[in-house]
Design a protein around this ligand. Structure first.
Ligand code: ZN
Ligand code: ZN
Length: 202
């Protein structure tokens, strides 16, 4: 049955995020229910809050750098259990059968990925609401395991700004001795310049 959740929502373009109660969907068999501990503030959140891109729908609950604890799992969930520390990033679903999804590139889903907030769930057509909230339900296919030992409040920005930087470095095999140039801005640039790992530098 749907559950009431508290969060912070932007009610109109340029308005501040204010306390807001809303309903999360019915849990599905492949759903992981997550109590949210931390959520990063991405500049995308600010763009949507201001409707800079002209596609914000209000009320809008931002947040796609989510760290939390699993509190319940659906009957079909195999990879997670209550108590696990997990993360959720920018997308929460995709068609799962196109060539992009088959290649593990769900962000390029030919039918369009479902974004964590300011989007529409592809099954029930309900709006998606993000991590500036107490709880979220996500299909296990889009839940990420968070390794032991990470400082959780610092780990949250890895889910968008961090991965945006890390993914191309890994793809192009940046490593010791390799010189790279990074064109980045905002959060990702911060990660590039502050990373303790030498692959971000000469
Ligand atoms: Zn982001
Ligand atoms: Zn797809």
């Amino acid at each position: 049955m749907p559950s009431s959740t508290r969060g912070y929502a932007v009610q109109s373009a340029g308005a501040p995020a204010t306390p807001h109660s809303f309903t999360r969907r019915d849990p599905r068999p492949d759903d992981v229910a997550i109590d949210i501990l931390y959520c990063g503030v991405c500049h995308t959140d600010i763009h949507h809050a201001r409707n800079d891109w002209g596609r914000a729908v209000y009320p809008l609950v931002p947040g796609h750098e989510i760290i939390g604890k699993v509190v319940a799992v659906g009957t079909a969930v195999k990879g997670f259990k209550p108590g696990d520390t997990v993360g959720v990033g920018c997308l929460v679903d995709s068609c799962r059968h196109c060539s992009a999804c088959d290649a593990g590139l769900e962000q390029h889903c030919k039918e369009g990925a479902t974004w964590t907030y300011n989007d529409v769930d592809r099954h029930d057509r309900q709006r998606t609401y993000g991590g500036y909230s107490e709880r979220i339900l996500i299909s296990e296919a889009f839940v990420l395991r968070v390794p032991e030992g990470l400082e959780l409040s610092s780990a949250a920005p890895l889910l968008c700004a961090g991965i945006t930087l890390f993914s191309p470095l890994r793809r192009f095999k940046a490593g010791k001795g390799k010189q790279v140039a990074i064109v980045a801005w905002a959060d990702s640039a911060t990660w590039a310049s502050s990373s303790p790992r030498p692959w971000a530098r000469r």
